[in-house]
Design a protein around this ligand. Structure first.
Ligand SMILES: *Cc1c(COP(=O)(O)O)cnc(C)c1O
Length: 471
């Protein structure tokens, strides 16, 4: 399998080459040259497989530069009962007639990002050992991504993590999750500033090419193809649990921010998994909902991005959206470049409202969308508690609300649960008047010793800290 850039760069790469890279050299995103197709015999065989073996089968179609026995061992080591809390790994439960919740948040940090990041940690360790190389991951987080990355990379050979976060701005639970890690290769950096300052620092360090090369700086951001690929697996696992046979359509609703999660659903659908509809659920930051309703994609500036009670969806420029758009314009890299470089780059928007391509988003690719507000979130959390004695986190609540707007008779609707309620306790308290239950392993983590350094919002200070801690 070869990978190409959405912006038309002539090079073709193998999986392990793009594994440790971010964007393609022309600023595009990597995609496989084609989507491998599943047939009825494959689906019949896969339906019987445990999660780790299903992951191996799907990954094998996209990864041909890791020996199969090694890839199988990596999957087996990643998707275990110990790490994800159940044999199913992503258990499905029916909430009401035809509406299901697929549990993706029982990994180490209680958010679905563990599903991909845990695999990435094992793939990184494997590939770095094979190359005899090292990697220093530099990131910025306001919550979920940073902790998922740290729990995936802790104790891994050849990898160090330097994670910046805005000092004092994460929830006490999120802070405790990250700062209580005592692993030598994990470095928490609390920056005196806001999340944008952290992101600016990461950009400034990455733009210093000499420093970047000398200290082998890398990232684990959501445009990494391996992360997306890992997420394709749970669409198949959800499908098999929601159906009794492989001729039945299923729809999925996905709480969305950077469009990574739902893009994995698009890939599963392109492979031939019988997915009818992919519902993109957004919060008040509704750039994606606006596009799927109108054909106009209009990114917002950081200052126009609302701080909401589903904060992991507070995104106004969805980094993975370019992947779907590439397929939508018929994989025409010139057209894609004119939309993303000329229109979006210069004017902050593009407009497909009059184009036949836009109609295909729904008709050919199955996309629909909805938007929720804080009041919707509270109402859904209360209603789900009252009617089904089930607590959902605010992001999953956005999903549930959107799902109910797109139900079709006889077609199971699977809502992806993207985090556990304890991660967003303040909103649960606002909705219900009490804290959600806390898994036993997180009892009292706020009181554990913290491993964190405080630095000014200054790229030079962060560089000096990295240099000091790489020997
Ligand atoms: C990251 C995240 C999302 C958004 O997922 P994308 O892949 O960025 O669309 C939704 N909910 C939670 C809890 C998240 O952590």
């Amino acid at each position: 399998m070869n990978y190409l850039s959405t912006r038309g760069h002539p090079d073709r790469k193998r999986f392990c080459e793009i594994l440790l890279e971010g964007l393609a050299p022309d600023g595009g995103l990597y995609l496989p040259e084609h989507y491998p197709q599943v047939d009825t015999a494959m689906l019949a065989r896969w339906r019987e497989l445990p999660y780790a073996e299903l992951a191996f089968e799907i990954l094998s179609l996209y990864i041909d530069d890791i020996p199969p026995a090694d890839l199988k061992a990596i999957c087996a080591k990643t998707y275990t009962l110990e790490v994800f809390g159940s044999d199913e790994i992503v258990p499905l439960r029916e909430l009401e007639d035809g509406v299901y919740l697929e549990a993706l948040s029982n990994g180490p940090t209680l958010a679905f990002k563990d599903m991909a990041m845990q695999l990435l940690g094992n793939l990184f360790e494997y590939e770095l050992a094979r190359r005899g190389a090292e990697l220093n991951i530099l990131g910025a987080t306001s919550g979920d991504t940073g902790s998922a990355a740290e729990y995936a990379m802790r104790g891994k050979k050849g990898v160090r993590v330097f994670m910046t976060s805005p000092d004092g701005r994460m929830s006490p639970f999120q802070q405790a999750q990250m700062f209580s890690l005592q692993d030598e290769n994990i470095h928490n950096i609390a920056v005196a500033g806001v999340f944008d300052d952290c992101q600016d620092i990461v950009k400034a360090v990455s733009n210093d090419l000499g420093f970047k090369r000398k200290y082998r700086i890398g990232t684990v951001n959501s445009i990494n193809w391996a992360r997306l690929l890992a997420q394709v697996v749970y669409y198949f696992a959800g499908y098999f649990q929601a159906t009794a046979s492989n001729d039945k359509p299923v729809s999925f609703t996905v709480p969305s921010g950077n469009f990574g999660n739902v893009c994995a659903g698009h890939v599963a659908r392109m492979m031939g998994l019988p997915i009818q509809t992919l519902v993109v659920a957004t919060n008040e930051n509704d750039v994606l909902d606006e596009f799927f309703r109108t054909g106009i994609y209009r990114v917002r500036a950081a200052a126009d991005t609302h701080e909401t009670s589903s904060p992991s969806m507070d995104i106004s420029k969805a980094s993975n959206f370019e992947r779907f758009m590439f397929d939508l314009v018929g994989r025409d890299a010139d057209k894609l470049r004119s939309l993303f470089v000329d229109d979006l780059g210069n004017r902050g928007r593009f407009d497909l409202s009059g184009s036949p391509a836009f109609r295909q988003a729904a008709e050919r690719f199955g996309f629909k969308s909805s938007r929720s507000t804080h009041a919707d979130r509270l109402a859904t959390i209360r209603d789900t508690d009252k009617r089904f004695a089930t607590l959902v986190d605010p992001h999953t609540a956005d999903g549930l609300k959107a799902a109910r707007e797109h139900l079709a008779p006889g077609v199971p609707m699977v809502v992806l649960e993207t985090a556990l309620p304890i991660k967003f306790a303040a909103t649960l308290v606002e909705a219900l008047g009490h804290e959600p239950a806390r898994p036993a392993r997180f009892e009292g983590i706020e009181a554990l010793p913290k491993r964190v350094v405080k630095l000014p919002a200054d790229a030079e200070a962060v560089k000096a800290y990295i240099a000091q801690n790489c020997d």
